[in-house]
Design a protein around this ligand. Sequence first.
Ligand SMILES: Nc1ncnc2c1ncn2[C@@H]1O[C@H](COP(=O)(O)OP(=O)(O)OP(=O)(O)O)[C@@H](O)[C@H]1O
Length: 504
Amino acid sequence: MRVNPDELTKVIEERIKSYESGEIKEIGWVMQVSDGIVRAYGLKDVMTNELVEIETSEGEKIYGIAMNLEEDNVGIITLGDYKGIKEGDKLVRTNRIIEVPVGEKLLGRVVNPLGMPLDGKGEINTDDFYPIERKAMGVVTRKPVDTPLQTGLKVLDALIPIGRGQRELIIGDRQTGKTAIATDTIINQKGKNVFCIYVSIGQKSSSLARTIDNLEKYGAMDYTVVVAADASDPASLQYIAPYAGAAIGEYFMFNGKDALVIYDDLTKHAAAYREISLLLRRPPGREAYPGDIFYLHSRLLERASRLNENYGNGSLTALPIIETQANDISAYIPTNVISITDGQIYLETGLFNAGVRPAVNIGLSVSRVGGAAQTKAMKKVAGSLKLDLAQYRELESFTQFSADLDESTKKQLIKGEKLTELMKQPQYSPMEIEEQVAVIYAANEGYLDQIPTDRIGDFERQFLAYLKENYRDTLNKIRESKDIADEIKKELNEAISKFLNVFR
Ligand SMILES: Nc1ncnc2c1ncn2[C@@H]1O[C@H](COP(=O)(O)OP(=O)(O)OP(=O)(O)O)[C@@H](O)[C@H]1O
């Protein structure tokens, strides 16, 4: 790019002027502006990712991030409406990277990725600011995941458990209940001392509004922050949104608390970054994504961690969401994120349409570290459940030949069918861990065998109501001891037998 001598003189003059006035601030000039990308000259010492202020001729201030540092110009992504920017407008360095307000004052609020309120509830008065980009905590500061993060969903807490500080991917086609799992998990954190951050990236405003409504309806906004950059926001805001969410979560983690952050969804995040990269003329790679697309998500997800006692014992759990096309989990972005996370919850359209909701494909879903954090009680009951469901999956394809099957295979199939039915759970009805243990225990002990499959939902509901009324103590014992000792088993057996006499 050629710089003409007039422009150079202008820069030098401006520098001399600012020196005389006593404030030394590096300034530059807009050379070109298109599609939200500003090319500027004069910002010789600007740092990568530094925030710069663009002053338009109308006196408006627009912020941007220096992304491309080239020999004779700087490529800047603008963080707002860039329509007012003209060639020749002034840019000023800020010597800072972007920061967001953090802290408990944000709870219950909906903010954009710069921390500005979007909910019309007034200013957020906080003195704490965190940079949106931060190097993930090192290995000496961490400890293994050892505490469960209860989702309140039987199928997850029993079979694909998540631990505090873990990164578990939620992956599936569109409309398979990905957001539903995330919101149910947030709703279940009520009273469990986990602060939640829901980051919405590139979603329709209507979907976001529905999610916020539901969080409010179930009282979850009291401990939740929503960071939103919807589909109509510029790609630059969508790009920084998850980093801002991570920074808000880190505040809680560094202060010894537990936090949960949901990135909904990283597919759109990758697309926003691709848009920015192409406009910045970075070389495109596979599927036109830039070469550092892996780093985009790995540096984000590495920030989720479980700190050890010397660092305050806090944790940040991340649940990123990825949308697949036609169930293809081996596509570029999905495989990247699968390899970064500690497991995935795989949702399937086929199951969803067949009424198995949450539509978790148990065979393809794993949690690589959460098992270590599962309570003893859950571990004991989930063990045989896993085995029965795995056997059921193997035999499932034979169901069409049911007439020719031997007795034991038929029995296995029926049991599997009942367990699958038991794993179903409606939205917005998270269950406490002791309730989950009790119903799964009943299933393991074969009590469901006498109940027709279409009545399993009724059985579960009525049985839990019965337990709460007549066996509160037993439930409390499971919760407190986190185990299911022989004495508790005896009480449960007694409860189930008595309940079956009154079950209609
Ligand atoms: N467990 C469930 N029981 C009943 N309905 C459910 C359940 N989970 C999700 N749904 C319904 O399925 C629909 C899709 O759910 P959701 O919006 O969570 O899916 P998604 O995969 O996040 O979709 P999108 O592709 O729009 O992001 C919603 O209408 C939701 O109410």
